[in-house]
Each structure stands twice: as structure tokens, then as C-alpha cells.
Ligand binder design. Structure first.
Ligand SMILES: Cc1ncc(COP(=O)(O)O)c(C=O)c1O
Length: 389
């Protein structure tokens, strides 16, 4: 048995797909990694809030007031008062009837789909959706129809063919995590309405970053009212941990009663809830952070594209440079590390075979001067490696 596991790992290594853990310590826009101090172009701390003094203070205060652990699941005795405060803040922020904090984005997606879908459900899922959506759909035992990435003709064809009596759910990331492109939400709403489907959106990478008050992409595009279930994370732009689901009261009550990853797990530590409450306030107030992040992202994308890199369809703060080959992606990342930049190589199965890449992500606390330096280094390595001329 152990031999088989060893062989599996060796096979991964043979395809340059073996993963190892590296000790990291984040320090604003920089990161200590493997004994080096690197400019961090790899984190999801998009607004720089993970090190914000106000969040640190909120976390400490919550621990002092309510202790370290939640001691039980929320339906037993773990529902400490900060949950109500955070969920009320979420309702006001997202403009929904009700909201529920879930322990992580991964468990939220697994929980949402496995609670809402069953054997008689058809789930229509974008091929590039996050792994947690893929896993939730599998666990639900629904029939899963994966439509080609952002291909609305393909989705419509699948919807047309679907048995009329079956419940239909369309689910999509709003910003795709490894590509930084945006789902065609307007068309998805149209299709959902035409074919009587439910629409679930995952705002993991848009929460805090898009929308006038950072509510997410659905709000940015003024489509929020047409979406049935809004999911988002507090672990990325909000700088904390955990996730939320927002929507109609009846949907949230249903989740409280049926969502197994909500019911059968210990509640989040009070410190996390305290941090979430403060982060929700900050993302609404500090529009300038968002505006600066968008300006930096436009600048970064434009320069990489002009240099000749393939950045796919990115229009956001997540910018891939698609390299193709796993080993080249690893070499690109290693060369940048030598020059002081953390840009992690993303390989299959996280992305499709033959599309290995470096995934760059920006932070609102970076400066244009820092990006100028990073663009020059990335371009120099790209030329050395023959990725661009
Ligand atoms: C689109 C998407 N959904 C969900 C998740 C999971 O969120 P969390 O890290 O909070 O578990 C991620 C995480 O990377 C993600 O990119």
C-alpha cells in the first residue's frame, strides 16, 4: 500500500506536478519565503487588510471578550454574539434578506450544492469553476453538465436538452481564480430566467474588490437582485478567514437546517468573527483602496501584454502569464524568485493540461514604482527564457 502512494508521488514528480510545502511569512506587500525576502505577487490579500492594525485589534478584542475557541457547532452552543453582528453587517452590505457565515469558502461551496441539489437536479457548471464547486456538485449526486468556459451557446444547448421536470442550477465563479476573467453574468441571468434555473455565484475573488461598496461583481454589474444565492469569502480581500452565503431568508433557513458542512463542524473562533465584522466595515468605507487596486491592475496587465506575454482574458487584479509546459512554469517562477519576486507556478490539475502558468495577483497597498520594477524583471526573465522576443 505505502509503495503505491510512493509511486504516485514519484509519478507526479516525473510530470513536474509534485507539490511541497514552503515556509512563508507575509509582511505587507512582501513575503519571507525559503529564507528570502520577496515582493509578493501571489497572495489573495488584495486590499492588504490581512496585516491591517484595525483587524488585528478586532481579533484580539474578540478573543479577550469571548475566548479562543467556539467550543461547539453553532446549532449546539457555539453561536457566540459576534455571529449575529457579522451576519447583520453582511445583510446590510449585500442588500439581501439573510446571510450565513460558513467556516470556509471550500466548505461553503460543498455545502451549498450538496444541500440544494439531489439526484433529480441538473447542475450546470462552468468548466473553470473552482474545485470546491466541482466537489460540491459531485457530493450532491446531481447530474453535472460542465459547459465550456464562459460559452453561453454551449450552456444554452445543454439547458435546451435538459428534462423539463428536473430542478436546474447554474453555478459560476464571478472572477475565475486562475485566469482573472469575469463570468458573463448578464447572459447567465438571461439564461437562468429563460430556462427556470437557479443561479449561484461564487464571489471569492470579487468580494471587497468590485461593486461600489465592495459587494462583488453581481453588484458592480447591477445584477444582484437576479441572483439566487451569493457566496463569497472573507479569506481574500477581506483579509480574514471564512465565507458567507447571502440570499432570501428561506434559502438561509434551509441551509441552517440541511447544510452538513455548516451543521457538523465547530463554529469559527471569536477572533475570526471579530475580524470579519471590522473588515466588512472597512471594505465599504475605503473605496480608494479598490480604485487604486483597479488602476494598478490595468497598468500591470497593459504592460505585460505590450511586452508580448499571453495573459489570457484577464481584466482584473488576477493576471496569469500562460506558459504551457509545467517545467517552464516552474523555471519561470524560480528565476523570478532569484530576482526577488514571489510568483507561484500553477500547474494541472489546478489548471487544464498544457496551460501551466504563473498567477500574479496585485494588492492595493503596492505602488506604481514597485510594479514598474516587477514588470521590468518579469520582462527580462521572459526574454531570457524565450517566452517573449
Ligand atoms: C473561486 C473560489 N471559491 C472558493 C474558494 C475557497 O475559499 P477558501 O479559501 O476560503 O476556502 C477559493 C479559494 O481559493 C476560490 O478561488
Amino acid at each position: 500500500m505505502w509503495e503505491e502512494l510512493k509511486l504516485h508521488i514519484e509519478q507526479l514528480a516525473g510530470k513536474a506536478q509534485k507539490r511541497t510545502l514552503v515556509k512563508t511569512e507575509s509582511d505587507g506587500c512582501f513575503i519571507h519565503m525559503d529564507g528570502r525576502h520577496l515582493f509578493n505577487l501571489s497572495s489573495n490579500n488584495y486590499l492588504g487588510l490581512a496585516n491591517d492594525e484595525r483587524l488585528i485589534h478586532a481579533s484580539i478584542e474578540a478573543t479577550r471578550t469571548y475566548g479562543v475557541g467556539a467550543t461547539a457547532s453553532r446549532l449546539v452552543v457555539g453561536n457566540h454574539p459576534l455571529y449575529e453582528q457579522a451576519e447583520e453587517a453582511l445583510i446590510r452590505w449585500k442588500g439581501c434578506e439573510a446571510a450565513l457565515i460558513i467556516n470556509s469558502g471550500y466548505t461553503a461551496n460543498v455545502g451549498i450544492l450538496s444541500a440544494l441539489a439531489g439526484r433529480d437536479t441538473l447542475i450546470f457548471s462552468d468548466k473553470w469553476n473552482h474545485a470546491s464547486i466541482v466537489d460540491g456538485a459531485l457530493l450532491s449526486r446531481a447530474e453535472v453538465k460542465r459547459y465550456r468556459h464562459a460559452d453561453m451557446d454551449h450552456l444554452e444547448m445543454l439547458l435546451k436538452k435538459a428534462e423539463r421536470h428536473k430542478q436546474k442550477i447554474i453555478v459560476t465563479d464571478t472572477i475565475f481564480s486562475m485566469d482573472g476573467d469575469v463570468a458573463p453574468l448578464r447572459d447567465l441571468v438571461m439564461l437562468k430566467e429563460t430556462y427556470g434555473a437557479m443561479l449561484i455565484v461564487d464571489e471569492a475573488h470579487a468580494s471587497g474588490v468590485y461593486g461600489e461598496n465592495g459587494e462583488g461583481m453581481a453588484h458592480e454589474l447591477q445584477l444582484a437582485q437576479h441572483i439566487d444565492v451569493h457566496m463569497g469569502t472573507c479569506s481574500k480581500a477581506l483579509g480574514a478567514y471564512g465565507a458567507y452565503v447571502a440570499g432570501k431568508r428561506v434559502v438561509i433557513d434551509y441551509f441552517i437546517n440541511t447544510m452538513r458542512p455548516f451543521i457538523f463542524t465547530t463554529a469559527l473562533p471569536p477572533s475570526v468573527l471579530g475580524t470579519i465584522c471590522t473588515a466588512i466595515e472597512i471594505v465599504q468605507q475605503e473605496r480608494s483602496l479598490r480604485h487604486h487596486l483597479h488602476a494598478l491592475s490595468d497598468y500591470f496587465r497593459t504592460h505585460l501584454q505590450h511586452a508580448g506575454f499571453d495573459i489570457g482574458e484577464s481584466t482584473t487584479h488576477i493576471v496569469p502569464i500562460i506558459v504551457g509546459d509545467n517545467e517552464r512554469a516552474l523555471a519561470f517562477s524560480a528565476q523570478l524568485r532569484e530576482r526577488g519576486i514571489a510568483a507561484v507556478a500553477i500547474r494541472p490539475p489546478t489548471v487544464p493540461e498544457g496551460t501551466a502558468r504563473l498567477r500574479f495577483s496585485l494588492m492595493a497597498t503596492m505602488t506604481k514604482e514597485q510594479l514598474d520594477w516587477a514588470i521590468a524583471e518579469i520582462t527580462a526573465v521572459g526574454k531570457e527564457m524565450g517566452l517573449i522576443v
